[in-house]
Design a binder for this molecule. Structure first.
Ligand SMILES: Cc1ncc(COP(=O)(O)O)c(C=O)c1O
Length: 479
């Protein structure tokens, strides 16, 4: 005998079967189950319980049994009951852990310990367009057919795939259509699915840029592929090294618009050479366009995918343009990868959540997303300009490298400066949380590599940004 409700705002599962089997009477079993739900915090103070009639029906017990159980728990102080407002969990019924049970420990949120967070990777979350998102969500839900709430295609909602087809073509030059787009929960998930699909085709490794995102490399390895670093220079990855690659490398992972983290834009002839390599060797390029909308000095180069949509997988995300917590991203896939990647997506989680997809589709088709991105671009450009100006004034020995784009810069210190690990330790004394360039290397750096810092300028809120920049300049002045 068990039931679960959602009628009062949250699921609650009550199982009387074991208690009954242990010989408890119906009323005692119900009281015990409710008491336990309050004690272990599953029923929070203030939660409204179902009416005695509804609960009785759900459990298949007489209404009176429920009335009596509620009465007993009210007398004990667990519940409170007021005429006209039903029965609720008492405000003071503090959830004391009982019988050795403790609320599960929550993983600590990813947060810098120092007051000034200049680690890279996150946007200014205060820019999230809450009002516009709410309005779009309301419109999307009001107009969505019932069928939209059902299980659906692992590729994602057609409304979003259609909106993305036009948006990506217009803004990034991507050549795709709704049948070749797959909505996923992040570039992270998309990359994992692609690696698994490549592994199923016999690949044993993935070529990656020598500097990149270690958690991405971990995803590649978790999918069963080794990572093979390819060196970089100021124009991006050295494509002439590709011919020396492990023949079982199924693809090359690139950040061509804005190399992460070094900030290079992949030179046009290298883009062409990488695509030629993929074509001639029956491999793929995975284009991670994580911050492609944010270029400040000129129009960005269009997506590399347009050079050959059958050889380049395009990956885009809302992690920088909206918020990483949305977990909403997309892949534009070559024909041959649509079926295997969609199959793996279905295995992973059936499909991505529908309501956010519909909301984003609405945001894009209404033009609100464009306006939001433009506003963010201006904001981040100003931040970058302020940072670069402050460094030029207070730490002129430091070189700011990389194109004017994205949400981070790389600062290179002259040879002979304080070594990177020591600099990072010192940063904490200045109240700064940051990462060195070495952390981003796919293989350990040579010992004589001069120190460099990867500075994310988007994360601090506006009021903290000037102080964060001052602290950084102070650190660098003494480095
Ligand atoms: C290089 C790079 N790729 C992709 C992403 C976004 O990944 P996801 O869409 O899984 O949040 C980030 C975010 O920090 C990134 O730095």
């Amino acid at each position: 005998m068990s039931t679960s409700w959602t009628a009062f705002g949250g699921d609650l599962h009550l199982d009387l079967t074991e208690r009954r089997a242990a010989g408890a009477g119906l009323r005692a079993a119900l009281e015990d189950a409710l008491r336990e739900a309050v004690q272990d915090g599953r029923l929070a103070p203030g939660t409204r319980l179902p009416s005695s009639r509804a609960l009785g029906e759900d459990l298949g017990v007489a209404r009176n049994t429920v009335v009596e159980a509620y009465g007993q728990l009210t007398a004990e102080g667990w519940l409170s009951s007021r005429q006209g407002s039903g029965t609720t969990v008492a405000r003071r019924a503090a959830p004391e852990p009982v019988r050795g049970r403790r609320p599960a420990a929550r993983p600590a949120p990813r947060r810098a310990t120092a007051p000034y967070d200049l680690t890279s990777g996150r946007p200014d979350l205060s820019l999230f367009p809450r009002t516009a998102w709410l309005a779009a969500a309301r419109r999307a839900l009001a107009t969505a057919p019932h069928e939209a709430l059902d299980y659906g295609s692992p590729l994602g909602r057609i409304e979003l795939r259609q909106a993305l087809t036009h948006y990506l073509a217009r803004v990034r030059g991507v050549r795709t259509d709704p049948d070749h787009l797959l909505v996923c929960t992040g570039v992270t998930q998309g990359l994992g699915l692609l690696c698994a699909a490549l592994r199923d085709r016999g690949a044993q490794s993935l070529a990656v840029e020598e500097y990149g995102l270690p958690p991405q490399h971990a995803v590649v390895r978790a999918a069963g592929l080794a990572t093979v670093p390819v060196p970089l220079d100021a124009d991006g990855v050295l494509v002439d090294r590709l011919d020396r690659l492990d023949p079982r490398a199924g693809a090359l992972l690139l950040t061509p618009a804005h190399q992460y983290p070094t900030g290079a834009a992949l030179a046009a002839e290298r883009r062409a050479a990488a695509v030629r390599w993929a074509r001639e060797q029956d491999r793929y390029v995975i284009e991670d366009d994580y911050d492609g909308e944010f270029r400040y000095d000129r129009q960005p180069l269009g997506a590399m995918q347009a050079l050959d949509p059958e050889r380049v997988v395009y990956a885009g995300t809302t992690a920088k343009s909206l918020a990483p917590g949305l977990r909403l991203a997309w892949l534009a896939l070559p024909d041959a990868l649509v079926e295997p990647v969609a199959r793996l997506k279905a295995l992973a989680d059936t499909m991505s959540p529908v309501l956010d997809q519909l909301t984003l589709a609405e945001l894009i088709t209404s033009g609100t997303y464009d306006r939001h991105v433009r506003r963010c671009r201006l904001h981040y450009r100003r931040r970058r300009d302020r940072l670069v100006a402050a460094l030029a004034e207070h730490a002129p020995h430091v070189r700011v490298t990389g194109i004017a784009a994205g949400l981070h810069v790389v600062l290179r210190l002259p040879p002979g400066s304080t070594p990177e690990p020591e600099l990072l330790a010192r940063a904490e004394h200045f109240g700064l949380s940051l990462k060195g360039l070495a952390w981003h290397r796919a293989a350990p750096a040579p010992a004589d590599t001069p120190p460099a810092l990867v500075i994310g300028y988007s994360t601090p809120p506006d009021h903290a940004f000037p102080a964060a920049v001052r602290a950084l300049c102070e650190l660098l002045r003494t480095a």
